[in-house]
Design a protein around this ligand. Structure first.
Ligand SMILES: Nc1ncnc2c1ncn2[C@@H]1O[C@H](COP(=O)(O)OP(=O)(O)OP(=O)(O)O)[C@@H](O)[C@H]1O
Ligand SMILES: O=P(O)(O)OC[C@H]1O[C@H](OP(=O)(O)OP(=O)(O)O)[C@H](O)[C@@H]1O
Ligand SMILES: [Mg+2]
Length: 282
């Protein structure tokens, strides 16, 4: 039975459960459940604090886990990222009151509050900046107002929390994060159950980012049309009853679908349809 760690709370928890559900896995019915078995898929899910997941996975007691890239790196645990999942996207940045600091070098001799001590300490060392780091559990934006620190390093998504606290980012982004699947460093990458799990999640990612496009076009326009819709392998082309016309079917990126439909129309394609993909195995 594959043993998988899933975030039990916070920004990662809802989208992770949703993705697992879309991939056909049973998920817990209420938020107090700590573990569930999905016998049909031979998987056991453990609902753990996102920050602890890399530690469990690195211990080898759990095969894989879903966590944030920033949490993985911050933990320093012996685990590695094997698949990015595209949700809980954020950047990790320094911020301070306007006019306090412009570059990371300006942090010399100052105190920085953060919940991600591992990332910050390592980054300061890499940049050769000698500063103190104070660990706080959350709401670190308030630390400056209350005099606990002169700068903070925190997760930024929309920037609303920083604005509300009257703070501004400075220096280069320290890292970009998103939800990721992790496993113990050097674990058997060919393990069939792990591979099947990853293929299912990849299927969800593809179904979310691609749509199926169908259209009819004249044979003379086929090469131009296929250049617009090359598909993942190559498009399916079938003859129409009307001679000189073909039907074409290809997957296209959902974000580009409207632009591609315009371009196809412009070269004479007609009956251009897109349909959602519910599931897929590439
Ligand atoms: N506002 C946000 N937008 C996108 N991702 C976020 C946001 N806040 C936190 N994250 C991401 O979620 C992960 C942190 O999860 P964690 O549960 O520890 O904190 P949280 O989501 O802030 O929850 P809480 O603070 O309520 O415990 C990190 O990978 C982080 O990058
Ligand atoms: O840029 P924004 O869209 O405002 O998002 C970033 C904020 O979201 C998270 O806070 P959360 O609400 O989880 O509270 P916390 O600081 O207590 O973790 C994070 O720690 C930032 O404070
Ligand atoms: Mg938080």
């Amino acid at each position: 039975m594959l043993r998988i760690a899933v975030p039990n709370k916070g920004s990662l928890s809802g989208p992770a459960a949703e993705m697992l559900h879309e991939a056909g896995y049973q998920q817990r019915r209420e938020s107090k459940e700590l573990r569930i078995v999905d016998p049909e898929n031979e998987v056991e899910f453990f609902y753990l604090r996102p920050r602890d997941i890399a530690i469990y996975v690195s211990s080898g007691r759990l095969d894989i886990g879903i966590t944030g890239r920033d949490l993985l790196i911050d933990s320093g645990a012996d685990a590695e990222e094997i698949l990015p999942l595209g949700f809980a996207r954020s950047t990790f940045r320094f911020a301070a009151k306007p006019g306090t600091a412009e570059t990371i070098a300006d942090l010399k001799g100052r105190t920085i509050a953060t919940s991600y001590e591992g990332i910050v300490t390592q980054h300061l060392a890499e940049q050769g900046v000698d500063a103190s780091v104070v660990h706080l559990d959350g709401a670190v934006e308030t630390a400056i107002e209350l005099g606990v620190a002169e700068a903070i390093a925190d997760v930024v998504e929309t920037g609303t929390s920083l604005r509300n606290a009257g703070l501004e980012v400075f220096g280069e982004p320290i890292m970009k994060s998103e939800a990721v699947v992790i496993r113990r460093t050097g674990a058997d990458g060919e393990e069939p159950k792990v591979q099947q799990f990853l293929r299912r999640l990849q299927g969800v990612l593809v179904a979310r980012t691609y749509v199926m496009m169908d259209y009819d076009c004249r044979v003379e326009q086929l090469e131009k049309a296929v250049a617009l819709t090359p598909g993942l392998e190559s498009p399916t082309v079938s003859p129409l009853h009307n001679e000189g016309w073909v039907a074409v079917r290809a997957m296209v990126p959902a974000k580009e679908a409207q632009r591609i439909m315009d371009d196809l129309y412009a070269i004479g394609a007609r009956a251009i349809l897109t349909t959602a993909i519910h599931a897929c195995r590439l």
